[in-house]
Design a protein around this ligand. Structure first.
Ligand SMILES: CC(C)(COP(=O)(O)OP(=O)(O)OC[C@H]1O[C@@H](n2cnc3c(N)ncnc32)[C@H](O)[C@@H]1OP(=O)(O)O)[C@@H](O)C(=O)NCCC(=O)NCCS
Length: 156
């Protein structure tokens, strides 16, 4: 049963970098990205990732199911009263309910780590998988972001 899958979240480690880079450069992921649709070079990613591991306002988790790295989730909280979530499922494990399980697990964790924080996601219009995913976890679309083609989704 999908609902009973035990997805574990652990802090990302330097040795996760290569997998995260590969998933980040998956064509579907690039199309959904806010920063750029272009491929991210390894050196750029590695610099960003190693800096991110030291950044106290950012937390990256690796999601593991039965020993497989099935995806990642990132929390960014520069404003402290809200947390921005960003999720990427290992392309091999997409469309099998892992995104739903991971996001629900992550929201529960966030609820404990940051009670009362506004949870936020920026989603590209037309990214149906992501819209359905966040809607099923209780997020609501609020308004279009300054960058055309993207919308903010929130959950309290
Ligand atoms: C968005 C993403 C995280 C979804 O993960 P997933 O494991 O494939 O999602 P699930 O299998 O749990 O499905 C979630 C919902 O999306 C739907 N869905 C999944 N893939 C879909 C697709 N390609 N097109 C339309 N709907 C899709 C599922 O049917 C399900 O909807 P339902 O609950 O109404 O049945 C994954 O596709 C991904 O990593 N995409 C690239 C990165 C990205 O877009 N991140 C989001 C920006 S924050």
């Amino acid at each position: 049963m999908r609902e009973n899958r035990k997805i574990k979240l652990r802090s990302a480690k330097p040795e996760d970098s290569f997998d995260l880079w590969r998933w980040k450069n998956d064509p579907v992921t690039r199309l959904s990205a806010i920063a750029t649709p272009k491929r991210i070079p390894w050196k750029t990613h590695q610099r960003w990732f190693l800096e991110s591991l030291k950044d106290r306002s950012r937390k990256i988790y690796m999601a593991v199911w039965q020993g497989h790295r099935i995806g990642m989730i990132r929390f960014d909280d520069p404003e402290k009263d809200w947390v921005e979530l960003s999720i990427n499922i290992n392309p091999v494990f997409r469309k099998q309910g892992f995104g739903t399980g991971l996001l629900k697990t992550a929201c529960r964790l966030l609820g404990r780590k940051c009670p009362g924080c506004l949870q936020k996601a920026v989603i590209k219009t037309g990214n149906l998988a992501s819209e359905r995913l966040f809607a099923s976890a209780g997020f609501k679309k609020v308004h279009t972001v300054s960058k055309p083609g993207y919308a903010i989704w929130i959950r309290r």
